[in-house]
Each structure stands twice: as structure tokens, then as C-alpha cells.
Write a protein that binds this ligand. Structure first.
Ligand code: CTP
Ligand code: CA
Length: 226
């Protein structure tokens, strides 16, 4: 019932989110991935829908089901996530990048399962990597694109890294947290970084934090022309 009574701060807005990890194949049975349960992104998708937005959630592999009223697009790799996001981003009013995107993919992924003894002389496989596209930076660079929010989970020097990331990606709002505090947890302590500086938010369960973050986003959203 609480969901029903959330203020409709994003009524009619189109909100696009990414959530969860991506998984980059090594071979058909092995992947390289990031640690992410998807809970923060899914809570934010739910909070945006409760606030009256049309929500599309592009999600890497997670154990979660899409919140009510949210259109979920399932992907595996960063490149698939990039493609799915860029296909709809020009129509979105807000883009919130919560996904823990793998920074690299394996270029010499095998089409057949690599056997334990099938690698080099030592029996170990050698993997080569190349960089994945930066989804958030690409959306932020779209002419007339959506208003962008990034996330940064850091293990140290949060304020420094978060503000540097906000500037380098050219986004208005970056949400920071300490990675060790949030991994798979149900509570989260977020800090908002914007042009005015840093604004710590109280520690809360992920849905409460997501609802507060939706209010912060709605309050910052510029009016969009016709
Ligand atoms: N992000 C993205 N596409 C990528 C990498 C990151 O959209 N290929 C987004 C994440 O969803 C997050 C923000 O960028 O909103 C910051 O991600 P993070 O991994 O913290 O930053 P990076 O720029 O990848 O830097 P690093 O991993 O070196 O800290
Ligand atoms: Ca990264």
C-alpha cells in the first residue's frame, strides 16, 4: 500500500535504468563478471515506477524479478547492454546507470568448452582482453539525450573518485557508496555528488534509499522542451 501512496514525482517521465552485473564469456560455460546482486537497481526501478514513471530496466543476470509495471530487458554482456540502452536512450527523460558493467571482455573467447588441460604448456588458458564500451559516457554524450545519473561503488577514497567520475563522464549527478558496505546487502548509505558538492544521505534499506533518491532526481530534473 505504501507503494500506492508514493508521490507521483516522475509522472509521465520515461526512465531508463541499467542494473546487475554483466557477464563476459570465456567459453560457453565460463564467464567473467562483477559482483552485483542487482538489488539497488531493481529498488530504484520500483521506486521510479511508484513515482509514476514509465520504466525500462536493462538488466544483466540477477536472481531478481522485475518490479510491477517495469519493462525488463535481459542481457548478458556489456555490448548487449550497450546496444539495448542506446536503442531507447534518445527517447528517455532520465537514464540511471546502476549496473556493474564488466570493463573488459575476453577477445579470445572459445566457442567450445576449454578443457582443463587444454591451455598452454602449463595447462592454463591465456585470456586476452579488450575494453568494453562505456554505456553511461555514451548516453551522456548523446545530443539532446536524457538527464544522466551514475553510480560509483568504490573501495577507497570515495569522494575523490566519485567527483572525478562525475566530471569525466559529463553527468549531473553521481551516487557514491563504499563497495564493501553494499555488496549483496539490503541496506545502503549513499552520497550524492553534484556540481554543488557532496550530500550524504542517511543509511536506509534499499527501497527507502531508492525512494529518497527518486525525490532527489525529480527535484533536480530540468524541464524538458517539447
Ligand atoms: N558504466 C557504464 N558502462 C561501463 C562502465 C561503467 O555504464 N562500461 C557506468 C556504471 O553503471 C556506473 C558508472 O559508469 O554508473 C561508474 O562505473 P564504475 O565501474 O564505478 O566506473 P568506471 O568508469 O568503469 O571506472 P573504474 O571501474 O576504473 O572505477
Ligand atoms: Ca568499471
Amino acid at each position: 500500500l505504501a507503494a500506492f501512496f508514493q508521490p507521483k514525482l516522475l509522472a509521465g517521465k520515461r526512465v531508463l535504468l541499467t542494473a546487475g552485473p554483466t557477464a563476459e564469456p570465456i567459453d560457453p560455460v565460463r564467464v567473467i563478471t562483477n559482483r552485483s546482486s542487482g538489488k539497488t537497481g531493481y529498488a530504484l526501478a520500483r521506486a521510479a515506477a511508484e513515482a509514476g514513471a514509465h520504466v525500462t530496466l536493462v538488466s544483466g543476470p540477477t536472481a531478481l524479478t522485475a518490479p510491477r509495471g517495469v519493462r525488463r530487458v535481459g542481457v548478458q554482456t556489456a555490448r548487449q547492454m550497450h546496444e539495448a540502452v542506446l536503442a531507447v536512450a534518445p527517447l528517455a527523460d532520465v537514464f540511471i546507470a546502476v549496473a556493474a558493467v564488466a570493463d573488459w571482455r575476453v577477445v579470445n573467447a572459445s566457442t567450445q568448452k576449454i578443457k582443463k588441460q587444454g591451455g598452454n604448456a602449463s595447462g592454463l588458458p591465456t585470456l586476452s582482453f579488450e575494453a568494453n564500451p562505456d554505456i553511461l559516457a555514451d548516453v551522456a554524450a548523446l545530443p539532446d539525450g536524457p538527464w544522466c545519473v551514475g553510480f560509483a561503488a568504490e573501495t577507497e577514497n570515495l569522494a575523490e573518485h566519485a567527483e572525478a567520475k562525475r566530471r569525466s563522464k559529463g553527468i549531473d549527478l553521481l551516487v557514491g557508496n563504499l563497495a564493501q558496505d553494499v555488496m549483496d546487502a539490503d541496506t545502503t548509505a549513499l552520497q550524492l555528488f553534484d556540481a554543488q558538492g557532496v550530500h550524504p544521505m542517511p543509511a536506509a534499506d534499499k527501497l527507502t534509499a531508492a525512494r529518497r533518491l527518486v525525490a532527489e532526481i525529480a527535484a533536480r530534473l530540468p524541464p524538458r522542451g517539447p
